[in-house]
Write a protein that binds this ligand. Structure first.
Ligand code: ADE
Length: 346
């Protein structure tokens, strides 16, 4: 791939002029760059900005991260999704501190051994924070590369990713940070994932085979993912004495250790709900239907119906009873439940 080297100069020149002003571009602290890269892995830049600033205000150092409780951490992550990312951050910080390390290792292979750090994050942290010639191969970069070469191999294959890692590391200039960021930026602003790429503005279109042959829409080739599994649920918001019942989810699996409203499988009618609650020894005052909604996770969809249930008396002590204010400020309630949580205050 002799000619790939030709992208370096035009890309860096373009990046210098066009780069977005993003909060994590103002630091060279590897802790902060790590946090930003983990957040950015599965979340849009615009959404990450607010979370990034708040997270670092609360937990400015590796030591602060190890000292924080899982509940507090999940609350800081609430709404970002893929919560194992947050738990892995803490695990990783604990592991480093236990081994008397004050920062992330300055080595690609060692980075990859840490919880939650895969090839992408190791490459981005390495090249952005530590000036290592370790490319960050993500969807943006693979889109740019497969268009340059009209490469129709499935980009989900590890072999393809590894090969681009090798080829890009060979052409990495000394300014590894700007180069990594410029490739990501091109993928985000010009060589876009949805809709037509803005090839007229692209600084490297002169060597892009897909641009030259008018085939950009064929790349990248990504195998269709399996259909999501659909789960049908009834969300039951129990209210008693102006407090709401919540419970903690199991410590493994989907939305592990986060809080949720009481709920059950299947879509219950009001009549069925009344029957269902009898087993919970709930004495009802009234029931309000809150409507239906859907939440889409990566591999699962929840199709929900919800009810607000005012209780006259409740003979159950397995719930945690919290005020709506405390629920909002203290407990990590996954976005899936926000459609119903919003209706409590009214
Ligand atoms: N996506 C992943 N990492 C990024 C970064 N550092 N800047 C902008 N977008 C990104």
């Amino acid at each position: 791939m002799q000619e790939l080297k030709q992208i370096v100069k035009p890309l860096l020149t373009w990046f210098e002029k066009e780069k977005r002003d993003l909060p994590w571009r103002h630091t060279s602290d590897s802790y902060k760059i790590w946090i930003s890269e983990i957040m950015l892995q599965q979340t849009r830049v615009e959404a990450v900005k607010v979370y990034y600033e708040r997270f670092l205000k609360e937990l400015p150092t590796l030591q602060d991260l190890t000292n924080t409780s899982e509940d507090k951490l999940l609350k800081l992550w609430e709404g970002l999704g893929y919560y194992s990312r947050a738990r892995n951050l803490k695990k990783c910080a604990e592991q480093l501190i236990q081994n008397n390390q004050t920062e992330l290792p300055r080595d690609y292979e060692l980075l990859k051994k840490l919880p939650g750090i895969g090839s992408y994050a190791a490459g981005s942290i390495g090249s952005i924070a530590y000036n290592l010639k370790t490319p960050a191969i993500d969807g943006n970069v693979l889109r740019v590369m497969t268009r340059i070469f009209e490469d129709d191999r499935d980009i989900m294959r590890e072999k393809v990713r590894k090969e681009y890692f090798e080829e890009i590391s060979k052409i990495m200039p000394d300014n590894t940070r700007d180069f990594t960021e410029s490739l990501m930026e091109l993928g985000a602003l010009i060589c876009v994932p949805n809709g037509e790429p803005l090839c007229k503005k692209c600084p490297i279109s002169f060597l892009c085979q897909a641009f030259i042959h008018g085939t950009t829409n064929k790349y990248p080739n990504k195998k269709k993912e399996a259909k999501r599994k659909i789960e049908i649920k009834t969300i039951i918001i129990l209210e008693y004495n102006e407090k709401i019942a919540i419970q903690k989810r199991p410590s493994t699996g989907l939305l592990a250790s986060m809080y949720e409203f009481y709920n059950c499988e299947n879509k219950l009618s009001e009549k069925q709900l009344i029957e269902y609650l009898k087993k919970d020894r709930v004495e009802l005052k009234d029931i309000t239907a809150l409507g239906d909604t859907k939440h889409i996770f990566s591999h699962i969809e929840w199709h929900m119906t919800g009810y607000l249930v005012h209780c006259k008396k409740i003979n159950e002590n397995r719930f945690l009873w919290v005020t709506p204010e405390k629920l909002e400020n203290t407990y990590s309630l996954p976005t899936a439940f926000h459609f119903y949580a919003k209706q409590i205050k009214r």
